[in-house]
Design a protein around this ligand. Structure first.
Ligand code: PLP
Length: 421
């Protein structure tokens, strides 16, 4: 459930009409609902009770500092995949003891900065990384808390580009070699083993792959403990999917997920860490855009809108579906028409949707893309020299710009012309 509803025919974010925000900040823009972010975070937290747990928001899904502050103030931890994300979490006031550092390519410099600033754990993904971390931590005279990200060789049955837990994927260490690498970790200076980590993919719509992976994790924990390791934390990753359409069947709820985790892992006496991104931020955000032109071609009606693939790349990159709805609801009895909804960028890939039913639309009308709060703004670029679009957060009856639209001058001033040209 989210907090984007029509009131008197006007689409609102909580209590604020989208058209008011559009008038104030211009289009296109991203709009996030604070109440929805809060609700989604609490669903996870409650789903894991009474197990000791930390819900670490996957910062890569939405890294706006205001979003991180809202979740951090509710007690969320953060899962970061770069030192840039780490610094954003710190800027939002999240203490290092609640930040976990994931990712296959952490550099020694990133490791040092995280150790200096405080870190809950590194989720180590390879032996070379383990050795690099050992060298950095030893040189600083500290111990780095680690889990090893174990690849359980489970097919998450999700999109090829976001499946991460099969043996051919680049992530983690193979579960078949985990005991050997844990033994190596325990012998290295500057390394302190604290647990085990997994993340098998994103946008999973079925609990079965999670359960298969966690069952393998359970066996591994027992074996590692028998080998003499202290395993106190289980990081289960993120990946629970969200409904991108109103019509299709609903993916599992956090409550069902939590019940499964308790059943499979609840008696191990470990603290559970999870790293949800999409399920917290995805349906807490919308992208609002304006129709520039309506263009008729043979057997096609195009709506050319002022947002493009540089603002929201998911349809072009993953073939992803976003529900697209009018900001002003159609009058009763008005029949929808099929439209192809496209952006202004000079690539045919800049197509958001084909043959989508919408009420008759005219230039100047606003439409909203649902489910745009995750992997939306964070993946945007300035391709075609289109400045990054603003992000807005709504809470109740007020809203604030949480990232301003750069001016054209600001965008151009980032380049510099060498003196010799
Ligand atoms: C991407 C990612 C997540 C978050 O995935 P969601 O599908 O957004 O929940 C969590 N952990 C790691 C290590 C990731 O790479």
């Amino acid at each position: 459930m989210d907090h984007f509803l029509y009131r008197d025919g006007h689409l609102c974010a909580e209590d604020v009409p989208m058209s008011d925000i559009a008038a104030a900040v211009g289009t296109p823009f991203y709009c996030y609902s604070a109440a929805t972010l809060t609700r989604h975070f609490l669903l996870f937290k409650e789903a894991l009770e009474p197990m000791p747990s930390l819900v670490c928001f996957a910062v890569k899904s939405n890294s706006n500092v205001a979003v991180l502050k809202l979740l951090g103030d509710l007690g969320a931890g953060m899962d970061v995949v770069s030192i840039g994300e780490y610094l954003r979490a710190k800027a939002a006031g999240v203490p290092g003891e609640r930040i976990v550092f994931s990712g296959v390519g952490k550099t020694p410099q990133e490791m040092r900065m995280a150790l200096e600033g405080g870190i809950r754990q590194f989720n180590v993904e390879s032996e070379p990384e383990l050795e690099a971390l050992s060298a950095v931590a030893s040189s600083m005279g500290v111990e780095a808390p680690i889990t090893l990200r174990v690849n359980p060789d489970v097919d998450a049955k999700t999109h090829e580009k976001i499946s991460t837990g099969r043996k051919e994927d680049k992530f983690g260490v193979p579960i078949s070699r985990a005991r050997e690498i844990y033994a190596r970790a325990a012998a290295l200076p500057g390394i302190k083993v604290v647990g085990v980590d997994m993340h098998i993919g994103s946008q999973l719509t079925d609990l079965a792959p999670f359960e298969a992976a966690y069952t393998k994790m359970r066996g591994l924990v027992e074996a590692l403990r028998a080998d003499g390791h202290t395993i106190d934390r289980l990081d289960l990753g993120g990946g629970l999917g969200i409904p991108y359409t109103r019509s299709n069947e609903a993916p599992p709820l956090p409550l069902d997920y939590g019940a499964m985790v308790k059943r499979v892992l609840g008696d191990l006496g470990c603290e559970i860490e999870i790293e949800p991104g999409r399920l917290i931020s995805g349906n807490a955000g919308m992208l609002v855009t304006q129709v520039i032109y309506r263009k008729s071609a043979e057997e096609r009606e195009f709506l050319i809108v002022d947002a493009a693939m540089n603002d929201l790349i998911r349809p072009a990159m993953y073939g992803a579906h976003h529900d697209i709805i009018p900001v002003i609801e159609a009058e009763a009895g008005v029949l929808p028409e099929p439209f192809d909804i496209v952006g202004p960028i000079c690539e045919s890939g800049d197509t958001f949707a084909k043959q989508r039913a919408l009420p008759p639309m005219a230039p100047g009308d606003l439409v909203a893309f649902r489910s745009a709060g995750a992997y939306g703004a964070v993946m945007s670029s300035e391709y075609n020299s289109r400045p990054l679009i603003p992000e807005v957060m709504v809470q109740g009856d007020h809203f604030a710009v949480i990232r301003a639209r750069p001016t054209y001058d600001e965008m151009i001033a980032r380049d510099s012309i060498p003196a010799w040209l």
